[in-house]
Design a protein around this ligand. Structure first.
Ligand code: NAD
Length: 368
């Protein structure tokens, strides 16, 4: 079978660290294993535009493996011309870069390595909250540039203790974020999700479910977005929804860039509606050089805690999603289809997860 693998290029970094598996040079460590079984592996970072290697090679690929970090967008047009495609595997978590409805229509399975980097993302969220709330970036910039102005930083620096923290999405990452917030003694921890957490998990974390997103946002000092990108979360954080947030709140988004409307975030930050925005996800990726989230700042010159898409691709996470990808391939090649249930996004023309939408259409197309 032909396996097409889309990853970022690492250049000399791949040699510096052989455990940097998620790059074109180290190929998730699967080349020898695949070739020993008679399969062909084509690896590329060229993924955008009609002349890309992805566009050329997908035509006769049986398997496509992509990551959210350097997403090969498997849209309907590409699915239509990939006549032999049987499975899309996401080496990581979050398969929104695949047109899931188009995959279902063609009975193409979509699998991901569920849970492989949820701890990595949760840690990044906690870091980003602290970086924003404590106003770390301007303080660090002062030090690098030879400055020393305590007041300039202190006037926009707060404590996480005593704040109300809320997550949009109370799944694997949302739960881990709240668990990690607990030792900071927040005033309250809230979540909004159409799927309630099990009662014992809610109790263990010490959080409360809020039925309306607008209501939750009106109560939170810090909001963290941890739901997938799908039809009803695309552009969810627009000017209207942001207007329900507390004035001067902080917003952390490590879920997907397109959940937030780019210009509305910039406007909210510059006007002071929100005090800070941080995260690691963008649309498109790689982010263009002139993407306004690179340089936006609040009125005091801070409030920006953006990074490239790194939260879920620590070296530890890469080991886990490389191993998980190999396991999915093993099941696929065996023909048994007995995947880990939690890894299934789409199978046999249906959604195998409830996380990609709660509308009628999704419910009808979910596995019973
Ligand atoms: P999960 O499936 O365990 O949890 C997602 C939760 O979001 C589910 O409980 C679902 O019901 C909920 N949800 C869906 N739509 C919602 C909506 N409209 N409003 C509120 N809640 C909604 O997934 P997870 O492992 O926690 O990952 C969540 C997302 O985080 C992924 O889909 C991916 O987009 C993102 N992610 C990012 C990185 C990164 O490196 N930045 C890494 C992993 C995952």
């Amino acid at each position: 079978m032909k396996v097409l693998l889309v990853l970022y290029d690492a250049g000399s970094h791949a040699k510096d660290e052989p455990k940097l598996l998620g790059c074109t040079e180290n190929e998730l460590g699967i080349r020898d294993w695949l070739e020993s079984q008679g399969h062909t592996l084509v690896t590329t970072s060229s993924k955008d535009g009609a002349d890309s290697v992805l566009d050329k090679e997908i035509v006769d690929a049986d398997v496509v493996i992509t990551t959210p970090f350097h997403p090969g967008y498997i849209n309907k047009e590409r699915i239509d011309k990939a006549k032999k495609l049987k499975i899309c595997i996401t080496a990581g978590v979050g398969s929104d870069h695949v047109d899931l409805d188009a995959a279902n229509a063609r009975d193409i399975a979509v699998l991901e390595v569920t849970g492989s980097n949820v701890q990595s993302v949760a840690e990044h969220v906690i870091m980003t909250m602290l970086v924003l709330v404590r106003n770390f970036v301007p303080a660090h910039e002062q030090i690098i540039s030879g400055g020393w102005d305590v007041a300039a930083v202190a006037k926009d620096s707060y404590d996480l203790e005593g704040k109300v923290i809320g997550t949009v999405g109370g799944g694997r990452i949302g739960q881990r974020v709240l668990k990690r917030c607990k030792p900071f003694d927040p005033m309250e921890m809230l979540y909004y999700d159409y799927q309630a957490m099990p009662a014992d998990v809610e109790k263990e974390i010490g959080c409360r479910r809020v039925e309306s997103l607008e209501e939750m946002l009106s109560l939170c000092d810090v909001v963290t977005i941890n739901c997938p990108l799908h039809a009803s979360t695309k552009g969810l954080f627009n000017k209207e929804l942001i207007s329900h947030m507390k004035d001067g709140a902080w917003l952390v988004n490590t879920a997907r860039g397109a959940i937030c409307v780019t210009e509305d975030i910039v406007e909210a930050l510059e006007s002071g509606k929100i005090r800070g925005y941080g995260g690691d996800v963008w649309f498109p990726q790689p982010a263009p050089k002139d993407h306004p989230w690179r340089t936006m700042r609040n009125k005091y010159g801070g409030g920006n805690a953006m990074t490239p898409h790194i939260s879920g691709t620590s070296i530890d996470a890469q080991g886990r999603y490389a191993e998980g990808t190999k396991k999915i391939l093993e099941v696929f090649f065996s023909g048994k289809q007995d995947y880990r249930p939690q890894d299934i996004i789409c199978i046999n023309g249906h959604y195998g997860t409830k996380a990609y939408g709660d509308d009628k259409e999704h419910k009808e197309h979910q596995l019973k």
